[in-house]
Design a binder for this molecule. Structure first.
Ligand code: PEP
Length: 252
C-alpha cells in the first residue's frame, strides 16, 4: 500500500500576525516551487491567525488546519472554536488530543473522540494524537498505552479519508530527544495492527500514521523512510521555512 505522506506543521502558540503570515507565505512559495513534491503539506497556526494564513497560502496547495476544536457544532462555549467554523474558514484538518492539550487542559480520550466525531461531521480530517510519557515507556507500557489511547480516541466512522494518527512520544516533544527509528517503527507497526482490529485491514492499510517529536532536517529522512511512518507532525522546526521545507523535501 502506498500512502501519500503528510508533512504537518504545528505552530502551537507561536507567531504574531506579521511573522505568521510571512511564514505561511514562505511555505506556500516553497510548495509552488516544487509542484511534484510527493507529499501533502499542512500548516496549523494559532486560531486567530487562521484567516490571514489561509489567505497567504491561497492557490499554493498548502493545506491549513486548526490545533483544536470543540465537540459541539455551536453554542454557549466561550473561547472555543467549532469544527464548522474551521471548515468554513478554509481549513481541511484539525489536530486533536495533542499531549499539550491532554496535559494543559486535562483532555481525555473520550473528549478527543467526541471532538473527532464532530470534526468528521464538519468535513474535517482529524489528526488524532497519541503517545506515551517517559515514565510509561520506562515501565514497559509503551505499546499498551498507545493502543489504549487509540481505542479510546477514535470515533465511529473513522477511516483513512477522514483520520490521520500522530504518534508523538511525550518525552520527545520539544525536548530535542527523538525516537530512534527502531522505537518509532515498533510503535507505528503496533498502531497499524491495532487499527486493523478497529477499522479493518483495508482502512488500516490506507491510514496515515505520522511521527512527531523533535523531528528536524537532520533526522527526518530516516524516520520518514520507515515502512509504517507516513510523514511527520512537526513543532519547533515548522517555525522556520527552511527547516520545515528541508523536512518536506524528504518525501521525494
Ligand atoms: C508537536 O508539537 O507536535 C511536536 C512534535 O513538537 P516538536 O517537533 O517541537 O517536538
Amino acid at each position: 500500500m502506498s500512502r501519500v505522506p503528510l508533512i504537518a506543521g504545528n505552530w502551537k502558540m507561536n507567531g504574531l500576525v506579521a511573522d505568521g503570515t510571512a511564514l505561511a507565505a514562505g511555505v506556500a512559495a516553497k510548495r509552488k516551487g516544487q509542484p511534484d513534491l510527493a507529499c501533502d503539506v499542512l500548516i496549523c497556526p494559532p486560531a486567530p491567525l487562521l484567516a490571514a494564513v489561509i489567505a497567504a497560502v491561497a492557490g499554493s496547495g498548502v493545506a491549513v488546519g486548526g490545533q483544536d476544536c470543540h465537540a459541539k457544532v455551536s453554542g454557549a462555549h466561550t473561547g472555543d472554536t467549532s469544527p464548522a467554523l474551521l471548515k468554513d474558514l478554509g481549513c481541511s484538518y484539525v489536530i486533536l488530543g495533542h499531549s499539550e492539550r491532554r496535559g494543559d487542559h486535562g483532555e481525555t480520550d473520550a473528549q478527543v473522540k467526541a471532538k473527532a466525531a464532530c470534526a468528521h461531521g464538519a468535513g474535517l480530517i482529524a489528526i488524532v494524537c497519541i503517545g506515551e510519557t517517559l515514565a510509561q515507556r520506562d515501565d514497559g507500557q509503551t505499546i499498551a498505552v498507545n493502543k489504549s489511547q487509540l481505542r479510546g480516541s477514535l470515533p465511529e466512522g473513522a477511516n483513512a479519508a477522514n483520520t490521520v494518527i500522530a504518534y508523538e512520544p511525550v518525552w520527545a516533544i520539544g525536548t530535542g530527544r527523538v525516537a530512534t527509528p527502531e522505537q518509532a517503527q515498533e510503535v507505528h507497526a503496533a498502531i497499524r495492527a491495532e487499527l486493523v482490529e478497529l477499522i479493518g485491514e483495508t482502512e488500516a492499510d490506507k491510514m496515515r500514521i505520522l511521527y512527531g517529536g523533535s523531528m528536524k532536517p537532520e533526522n527526518a529522512a530516516q524516520l520518514i523512510a520507515l515502512p509504517d511512518v507516513d510523514g511527520g507532525l512537526i513543532g519547533g522546526a515548522a517555525l522556520k521555512v527552511e527547516d520545515f521545507w528541508a523536512i518536506a523535501r524528504n518525501c521525494g
